[in-house]
Ligand binder design. Structure first.
Ligand code: 0CJ
Ligand code: F3S
Length: 319
């Protein structure tokens, strides 16, 4: 029996960003140089497939540093960043800490710190409880940063008279939702200080841009990624808002409910910044078993960002 035809539009850019490549490479390099166990605080990136693969190679994932026994084994901080108390505790316990925080998150940490030093109260636009938000809030003393999640939060802000304000953001937010919140902040506080350059990172922006372009052209969209991945959830939202009738965020091909994809003629596929390309391929292969697929890449931006490994893991300079 012949298979029905299916056009697949593959969003580009999709999948791994430079910060994720660096964080995963850091764990692999530490395993190679120091041997297992290599402790990792929190999922190195929010993808269970990545975490399970590293675990099989000898990485030990922990929620907090108190689960790391004393000794020389490295402990790596995840790409999402950590509150200041974490490296402080590592130093106090003489642990061998390696920081795999994405440099673009560290940039936001430094911005917040500079605002604080200049006497400004900092507003952080982000999602409560997300590890990146916990890390950024933890750069400053309690009370120095106020989290803003919604327009209602903007309305509720009550800065002290004469208090200068500045805002920073989580790196993986919806570009559109954030623009609305920033406009509301500027309307209420015309003097508020903005980041020099967007805090939403290039990878988040570019992946959302590609989905925005592709979602209106397809009958269904698959976002490859984990449920706990903020940037992947935002890709799902963008596709839904563009009116795509069926949008699913899935980790593996085995998560596909095939009944839902019965009548489609054109499928869009993208992947969050923490989702490996091998999972995109697995999903395309699963569709190829059921459909006669024709795959076309739709590129809306070029990327060439690269971050070197954390200092502790770089090869010594030659000569
Ligand atoms: O927070 C980050 C620096 C992004 C890391 C890569 O993505 P992921 O899925 O691990 O994390 P998010 O939940 O922040 O998107
Ligand atoms: Fe960094 Fe953005 Fe990736 S902040 S880890 S480049 S999603």
């Amino acid at each position: 029996m012949s298979k029905p035809p299916l056009d697949v539009l593959l969003c580009a850019p999709r999948g791994f960003c430079a910060g994720v490549v660096r964080a995963i490479d850091a764990v692999e390099k530490a395993l190679e140089v120091y041997g297992p166990p290599v402790y990792v605080r929190h999922e190195i990136v929010h993808n269970r497939y990545v975490v399970d693969s590293l675990r099989r190679k000898g990485a030990v994932f922990v929620a907090e540093l108190d689960e790391v026994p004393p000794g020389d084994a490295p402990v790596i901080f995840s790409a999402h960043g950590v509150p200041k108390s974490v490296p402080q505790e590592a130093l106090h316990r003489r642990l061998f800490a390696i920081d795999a925080t994405c440099p673009l998150v560290t940039k936001v940490h430094r911005e917040a710190e500079i605002h604080h030093k200049r006497g400004r109260h900092v507003l952080l636009i982000g999602h409560a409880g997300h590890p990146e938000v916990v890390g950024t809030m933890g750069q400053l003393p309690p009370g120095a940063i106020t989290l803003v999640e919604t327009l209602a939060d903007v309305g509720r802000l009550l800065p002290a008279p004469g208090q200068e304000l500045a805002y920073v953001t989580q790196t993986t937010l919806s570009v559109e939702d954030t623009a609305v919140l920033v406009a509301a902040l500027k309307a209420r506080f015309p003097g508020i200080i903005s980041p020099h350059k967007e805090d939403i990172c290039y990878a988040t922006t570019n992946r959302q841009g590609a989905v925005k372009h592709v979602a209106p052209l397809v009958d269904a969209m698959i976002v490859v990624g984990s449920n706990n991945s903020s940037n992947s959830q935002r890709l799902r939202e963008v596709a839904e808002r563009e009116g795509c009738p069926l949008v699913r965020l899935i980790l593996r091909a085995s998560d596909i409910n095939w009944d839902e994809f019965d009548d489609i003629r054109c499928l869009g596929v993208t992947a969050g910044a923490s989702a490996p390309e091998v999972l995109v391929e697995e999903i395309l292969d699963a569709f190829a078993e059921r459909y006669d697929i024709r795959v076309e890449s739709v590129s809306t931006a070029d990327e060439s960002v690269f971050f070197p490994l954390p200092r502790e893991l770089r090869e010594p300079a030659a000569g």
